[in-house]
Design a protein around this ligand. Structure first.
Ligand code: FES
Length: 95
């Protein structure tokens, strides 16, 4: 094990999970939402290397997905859809 400093000041975690029964955030567009948010980081060169959009697994909010978490602000966004990318991005920038 090795401890290291984390280069990213802020991170978004977007659930892209598919459950065994086929439900989950993936079927609601988790991957598309993640791609839209990633594009926003890439469109802001000053944020590259400081902000990151991550795909993540189930956060146990499956019935309220797409679930998105903003860290380190510890904010949870539920019932997100790909069209919410702009609002989530603004929340992310304000966090
Ligand atoms: S599948 Fe996304 S929170 Fe469970």
């Amino acid at each position: 094990m090795r401890k290291a400093g984390h280069p990213y000041k802020k991170q978004l975690f977007v659930c892209c999970n598919t459950k065994k029964d086929g439900t989950g955030c993936a079927m609601r567009g988790g991957e598309e939402l993640r791609e839209r948010l990633k594009a926003k980081v890439q469109a802001n060169p000053e944020l590259i290397g400081k902000a990151r959009v991550n795909k993540c697994g189930c956060m146990d909010f499956c019935h309220d997905g797409i679930a998105v978490q903003i860290q380190p602000a510890d904010k949870l966004i539920l019932d997100a859809r790909p069209d919410d990318a702009e609002a989530i991005w603004e929340e992310f920038l304000e966090s």
